[in-house]
Design a protein around this ligand. Sequence first.
Ligand SMILES: *Cc1c(COP(=O)(O)O)cnc(C)c1O
Length: 471
Amino acid sequence: MDYNDFRRHGHVFVDWLADYFEQIEQLPVKSRSLPGDILSQLPASPPDKGEEMENIFRDFREIIIPGITHWQHPGWFAYFPANNSPPSVLAEMLTAGLGSQCMSWLTSPAATELEERLMEWLRKMTGLPEDMTGVIQDTASTATLCALLSARETATGFEANRKGVTGDLIVYASTETHSSIEKGVKIAGFGKDNLRLVKVRDDFSMCPEALENTIRHDLELGLKPACVVATLGTTSSMAMDPLEAIAGICSQYGIWLHVDAAFAGTAAIEPAHRAFMRGVERCDSFVFNPHKWMLTNFDCSAYFVRNPDILLRTLTMQPEYLKTDADRQVKNYRDWGIQLGRRFRALKLWFVIRSYGVEGIREMINRHIGLAALFETRVHQDRNFELLAPRQLSLVCFRYNPGRETKENLDALNRQLLDAVNNTGKVFLTHTSLAGKFCIRLSVGQRTTSEKHVQLAWQLIREAAARLTAP
Ligand SMILES: *Cc1c(COP(=O)(O)O)cnc(C)c1O
């Protein structure tokens, strides 16, 4: 492709994206593809000769788009959001064009230094302590793996890195913790049996007394408590583990405290919603995802550590071919995470924060939380529905309960209700299980979601419920 064609197609693609954003509400939120639908339309072998971009782009529209679930649709209430924004998309285009591989300072000094500055911005925006240092990771899963590795090395005086793990290091998290914790525990060699899932209180947050009892019991057995993972904003119900109490226990027993605030961390940008962060000044590491709720397209996860030397001692590799003269004066972010190669992710974050300003981001957070509160009120006022967890931030957990069904029937009824609502194509919600009950989640966080969309969701839910139980 010559640069004139590149220019021409580039303009067409940007026009297409602008139309996509403007007209996205006409598309079903959740793809209606059945398994194999897309695969069967793709040739079994690659083309021998290059094809015209017009044809490739036509197939993108006709084959790929029907198999896309539209995360940027304002009727997106599923999982947690992964919202993006036009400034982020534009920056990502520049990143792709530069094609820099930002493993060392020398391989693109601007990428390293912009990332360094942007992490300071994020630290200030979220009210994290001044002595924390940040680095961008691809995902929270990777950041948590880094935390577990750092905790492992701290607990063993950096011996595990030399000799391997001994099977007596213990990790603690609540029963509501994210699946990435168990995955990290397995990858880092702790072993799944050494992950203690501490029981939760009525609001699904970790019970600190149970944590301390479990730690004491492990110590009596001669085991070594190495890491506690506290969650701020659990994935099922946005429960907030009591950080101050947990931090007190961790410092008493000398245990690494990692905080997983993958979704909720963004809310700390609004001081009025920051109370859940109390105690964060005593954690060793902290992660939150601008790629969830901060207008920055996937992937971009912000990982903060109190003591970067531990991270560096855990992960630094110095092969001769990577050594540079600048090493003593600069950060080489390849040593701050798992993989060697790194994308230039700071650029989109810079574009987003400058375009919206901190106030613009706060406005979005407040709007989304307000909309969840509105939906909570609707559920609360309707005697055929019930809340299954206290609303926190922008997530409402509820179910339909007309009051005459057995538990099994209620689970089945709500499953049918969820399918019926999602099949309208106008909204997309997902479920979880809370205290053994099938529960529907309404999670607000897409950039363009407004009151109209939340009212529509509520209307569709009530209509579908009425139809399901009509005599
Ligand atoms: C989304 C989420 C994760 C995983 O995030 P990735 O960036 O996809 O790895 C971890 N923990 C919590 C609490 C989450 O909500």
